[in-house]
Structures are given as C-alpha cells and as structure tokens.
Design a protein around this ligand. Structure first.
Ligand code: PDD
Length: 305
C-alpha cells in the first residue's frame, strides 16, 4: 500500500471562486449549481514548477474544447482565467503548485435537467501545494489491475471531454483500492485497452512505443501529446493503435502519463510482471527526456521574464 499517496491533512490550499479568494473552510458553492446537481461542468488539472505554470495554454485550450463538446459556453476569456489563476497562486505562495480549474454551467432557479435554465458559469480555481510523489513509484514501478468497469463509450459521454462527471474513473479506482494496487486500467466495449482512472497508458515493445488512439475512447492527455512529439524528436517511433490486454501484459515495458505524476512505470498487471518486473530502459529514457522538457519550459525560462 506504500504506492498510495497519503492525503496531507493540513495541506495549504487556496480557492478562487469567480474572482474572490477563500481558504479551504470558507470556499462554498451553491447546491443549485449544475456541477453539483449533474456533474455539468468541465475541468483541468495543471501545475507549476518553480512558480511557473507548466503548459497552461494547452490546458486552457483543452478546457475550451471540453466545453465546446458539451455546448457549455464560457463567460470568461482565457486571459481572465490566467489572471485569476495567478491571483490564487500568489496567495498560495508555493513554488510547486497543483492547479485545478473548474467551470460549471452555472446555477439554476428551478430544478430542471434542461440546461437552458442555467445562469452564468461558476469559475472555481483550487490551488494547493504539489507535494512530491512517492519515489518508489518511479524507482520500483507500480502494480495495477485490469478494471471490470468499462470505460465510457465515446457515443455515450466521450472520455475526451474532461467533465465534472468522473464516476466511471471513480468506479475503476475503487476496484484498484480494493485490491491494494495503484490503479486500474479500463477496457472499452471492444475489449481493448483505453487508459487508467486518471492517466494515459503506454507500452514499449522492442524499440517502438504504442499508446491507444483517441478512437479507443480516452482523454487526450497533454502529457501524452507532448511525449508523442518528444519521442518522435528523439527518433523513437510512436504508434497510436489499439492494444489488447494480452499485448499489454506481454509488453516489454508499460507506463502511465499525467500532469501530476509525469511518467510512472507499471511493473505488474493482474499479478503478471511486465518485462523483468522493474522499470525498463525505454521508460527511464523517456523520464529523462520529459524532465529535460519540463526544465526547458520552466526553470530555463525563469531568468527571461
Ligand atoms: N488527470 N486520462 C484521464 C482520464 C485523466 O483524468 C487524465 C488527467 C489523463 C492525463 O492527462 P494529462 O496528461 O493532461 O494530465 C488521462 C488529471 C491529472 C486529474 O484529473 O487529476
């Protein structure tokens, strides 16, 4: 169970609700907000390194994309949101911060599913200290299971919409917790691999990298997108193609990618070791390449501005 990060009780946390700054206790939102009533909202998780927001523009673009797929109109400009994120970060005063940006369709006067009754958006920005992830994740890798819970079908709620309705992922992570493992990988209706409960999945076979395509029903992770470009730039071939559970279990290496966890090696799936049962060379190489990229995007730029 040492793979599961403990939640810090007294973590420092600041909330910006529609431009007003609150601490954890004071931060409240109406029970008539459609985000609360129906999960009718979109969100992003971004972060800072050394006080500099990392790929914030990409996260805002994905927020806008998710909103457009739900016909949720955003009453803020991206500049206004950046301004509010910066205000919350200034109040927090941490070098390495977690940033959650939530936009709901708003509150409604009458309880109706019909979104036309929604008033203007609620914007909620939560920032907190991004405590380092356990070293063991990266040194030893993590154990996972294949979830019995299927990933939402693209024709139902497209997993590429990062919406406030994450029940599908909640069910999957509950399965993982029950088995005492790090996470659960979900399959789609065809039985192919999609992703983890909150990160994208990859495998290495020989010299090639493979990750499921968007058509498998996944969130287009920003870390995934960047790593595809970086791998190609380093002459590593990346194929976006369907992966069966058997192919994944028999891969040389498997790893997850996400904003808050970066690249996490997976060394066991359903009791089968992956490769030699320890983080592989390709994964280690990609961790180095990605760390360098983070450094270039943040630390190296801190002197310029
Ligand atoms: N999770 N897939 C799902 C279902 C996700 O929720 C996430 C992000 C990812 C990885 O996306 P990115 O590389 O853009 O972080 C893939 C965030 C971190 C979260 O909700 O905590």
């Amino acid at each position: 169970m040492n793979e599961i990060k403990k939640v810090e009780k007294d973590e420092k946390l600041i909330v910006n609700i529609c431009g007003e700054i609150f601490n954890r206790k004071e931060a409240k939102i109406s029970v008539f907000d459609r985000g609360f009533l129906y999960g009718d909202s979109v969100y992003e998780v971004a972060r800072t390194y050394n006080g500099i927001p990392f790929l914030l523009q990409e996260h805002l673009d994905r927020l806008w994309h998710s909103a457009s797929l739900l016909n949720l109109s955003i009453n803020y400009t991206q500049d206004e949101i950046v301004h509010q994120v910066n205000r919350a970060l200034a109040e927090l005063g941490e070098e390495n911060a977690y940033i959650r940006i939530i936009i709901t369709r708003g509150e409604e006067g009458i309880l109706s599913l019909d979104p036309t009754f929604a008033k203007s958006n609620n914007l909620v920005i939560i920032v907190k200290d991004q405590t380092p992830n356990p070293k063991s994740w990266y040194q030893d890798g993590v154990k996972v299971i294949l979830a019995k819970t299927q990933r939402t079908n693209r024709m139902a709620v497209d997993p590429n919409i990062k919406s406030g309705n994450y029940l599908n992922s909640v069910l999957a992570i509950m399965e993982a917790r029950k088995e005492g493992v790090y996470d659960a990988i979900m399959l789609n209706v065809l039985g192919n691999i999609t992703e983890g409960s909150h990160s994208n999945i990859w495998m290495a076979k020989g010299k090639n990298l493979v990750t499921p395509p968007l058509t498998a029903g996944i969130l287009e992770g920003i870390t995934r997108k960047m790593l595809i470009q970086l791998a190609k730039g380093n002459n590593i071939q990346v194929d976006q193609k369907d992966i069966t559970p058997n192919e994944l279990i028999n891969a040389d290496e498997v790893f997850f990618t996400s904003t808050t966890r970066e690249i996490v090696p997976v060394t066991q799936i359903d009791n089968s070791p992956i490769g030699l049962g320890q983080p592989g060379n390709m994964t280690k190489e990609l961790i180095k390449i990605y760390s360098k990229f983070i450094h270039q995007q943040t630390v190296d730029q801190s002197g310029n501005g």
